[in-house]
Design a protein around this ligand. Structure first.
Ligand SMILES: NC(=O)c1ccc[n+]([C@@H]2O[C@H](COP(=O)([O-])OP(=O)(O)OC[C@H]3O[C@@H](n4cnc5c(N)ncnc54)[C@H](OP(=O)(O)O)[C@@H]3O)[C@@H](O)[C@H]2O)c1
Length: 314
């Protein structure tokens, strides 16, 4: 496993990380399977585990945290997130000082740790003054509850505004952005986020590297029973478009010509991106994770990378 600095931070994260969204506490409820997945990740050298308060309404933090407790805490980089509504309560959402302070304590308790290595603002909150959010994050660092903080799916302007305010007031700045980034969803990140993070020295952690599984080819001929896009209708509407299915099929032809399994080719394309600190894998079985981890030994030629860039350029 390769380890990279999180942006300009001294802390190193495994180039492949692992996240528990839509799997732990939801699709993957069997404790034995959960354990096997996390142990597979650790055995491969993954040290970075990504969670959020809202993943399975806290169950992902609980399940993954329980398993991670068998490892020395210093060997792990654990992240969680705050923003999305956790309940119907009017204040149990967003990036107010109140919600951040209360949500972090619940996340720490569920995971069973004294601190998070990274705490992400899961989205931008237009209803809370940016300075309030930044000060709340800065306070959490001073209080020892988190070591670094970051953003997820914030625009370049929003990140820049946060950075500027931190510089002005001497607050700890965000160190990392976590966007969706894969062959199918790449333009915004490449046009907007890459130049900004290069300029500010921020790290990027890519999520959904297989576009929720679409790039494995499993949706080429319909909806496999039990698959993520069969189960999550709202996500299916975003991802399973005619354009994406068509591209996925063409991607399959290129992969076959190259003799590389599709998920491995999609991941190998990402692994060439020096801008990324880590790529967050997701898996609903140990076998999927084992397969995807083999991407670390797949090298793709510049010609093949150029063909992929061309195919997914629209
Ligand atoms: N910040 C955010 O807003 C945000 C959003 C999304 C994700 N994330 C983070 O990123 C992590 C990874 O995202 P992701 O789960 O969307 O990653 P992904 O790799 O794009 O999708 C993972 C899913 O694809 C399917 N899959 C994976 N490998 C496969 C294989 N070899 N063969 C067949 N199917 C395969 C599985 O779903 P099925 O078996 O169920 O079909 C699996 O759960 C999350 O856990 C989370 O930590 C963050």
């Amino acid at each position: 496993m390769e380890y990279r600095n999180l942006g300009r931070c001294g802390m190193k994260v495994s180039l492949l990380g692992f996240g528990g969204w839509a799997t732990f506490g939801e699709k993957v409820r069997d404790a034995g399977v959960q354990r096997k997945i996390i142990e597979t990740a650790r055995e491969a050298g993954i040290n970075f585990f990504d969670l959020a308060d809202v993943y399975a309404k806290g169950e992902a933090e609980r399940a993954v945290g329980k398993i991670l407790r068998q490892y020395p805490r210093h060997e792990l980089v654990i992240s969680s997130k705050v923003f999305f509504p956790f309940s119907d309560d009017i204040n149990d959402r967003g990036l107010s000082r109140k919600h951040i302070s209360e949500s972090i304590d619940r996340s720490l308790k569920r995971i069973g740790t004294d601190y998070l290595d990274i705490y992400f603002c899961h989205r931008f909150d237009p209803e809370t003054p940016l300075e309030e959010t930044i000060r709340a994050m800065d306070d959490l660092i001073h209080r020892g509850k988190i070591l670094y903080w970051g953003t997820s799916e914030w625009s370049a302007d929003q990140i820049r505004d946060a950075w500027t305010l931190c510089e002005k007031h001497g607050y700890y700045p965000p160190q990392v952005e976590q966007p969706q980034y894969n062959l199918l969803f790449r333009r915004r990140v490449e046009n907007e986020i890459f130049p900004l993070t290069e300029e500010l020295g921020l790290g990027i952690v890519a999520f959904s590297p297989l576009a929720s599984g679409l790039l494995t080819g499993k949706y080429d001929d319909g909806l496999p029973s039990g698959s993520r896009l069969e189960q999550l209708e709202w996500l299916r509407k975003i991802i399973l478009t005619e354009r994406n299915i068509e591209l996925s099929r063409k991607f399959g032809v290129l992969a076959e010509q190259a003799g590389i399994e599709r998920p491995l080719l999609a991941l190998a394309w990402l692994l060439r991106r020096k801008q990324l600190s880590s790529i967050l894998l997701g898996a609903s079985s140990p076998e999927q994770l084992q397969q995807n981890l083999r991407a670390l030994s797949v090298e793709i030629s510049d010609d093949l990378a150029a063909e992929l860039n061309l195919l997914f350029s629209s």
